[in-house]
Design a protein around this ligand. Structure first.
Ligand code: MG
Length: 202
């Protein structure tokens, strides 16, 4: 399986990092080795002094597809989850300055937190509230209605480049409020008010 991540899909997050608003979705991949095993803590890697959380709504692909039209994209997923795209912001900044790929900053071991998945019928994906709490304080408060590209548009776009396969997971982008983690932080993710993961930082 592969993990396809979308960058810059929420206008306020683009502003907070002083990034340019893209003409098309920004795409990058994480390998399956990036997945943080359930119930494991997240260990801050030794190569970064600035690891950021980015909470994101996830969809899991349920069948093979390529060149999927947006109007048919809903047929390619039936489960939704929540995750964190952990990012070594200092390493990413160095990569951006040199025009280099982001993998060292985005695809390292443990960088993909993935909750359990839930039937999409339980949620309104067009207007789905999701939050990240750090040590019981809400630090990211998102709603999918603020996405620049909807989930179906993202599936259509990425499937022009990558054949989607059953089990692939799409990270649909983070809202504003990203920030640094420190040892002993506890991160809790909620989807429509329901707690779906809890991660301790070590
Ligand atoms: Mg992200």
């Amino acid at each position: 399986m592969k993990i396809i991540c979308i960058g810059r899909n929420y206008a306020k997050h683009i502003e907070e990092l002083a990034n340019e608003r893209p003409e098309n979705p920004v795409i990058f991949l994480k390998p399956d080795s990036a997945i943080l095993p359930r119930k494991n803590p997240f260990f801050i890697p030794p190569f970064s002094n600035d690891i950021h959380y980015e909470v994101e709504v996830l969809v899991k692909i349920n069948k093979v597809g390529k060149h999927i039209e947006a109007k048919f994209a809903h047929k390619y997923y039936d489960e939704i989850g929540l995750g964190i795209d952990f990012t070594a912001r200092d390493v990413q900044q160095q990569c951006k300055e040199k025009g280099l790929p982001w993998e060292k900053a985005k695809a390292f071991d443990g960088s993909a937190v993935i909750s359990e998945f839930y039937p999409k019928e339980e949620f309104d994906l067009e207007s789905l509230k999701f939050q990240l709490l750090k040590n019981d304080q809400v630090v990211q408060d998102g709603n999918t209605n603020a996405m620049l590209w909807s989930t179906d548009e993202l599936i259509s776009y990425v499937s022009q480049y990558f054949t989607l396969k059953k089990g692939d997971i799409i990270f649909t982008g983070t809202p504003a409020g990203v920030g640094k983690v420190a040892v002993n932080d506890v991160l809790i993710g909620t989807l429509a008010g329901k707690q779906v993961f809890q991660i301790r930082v070590k």
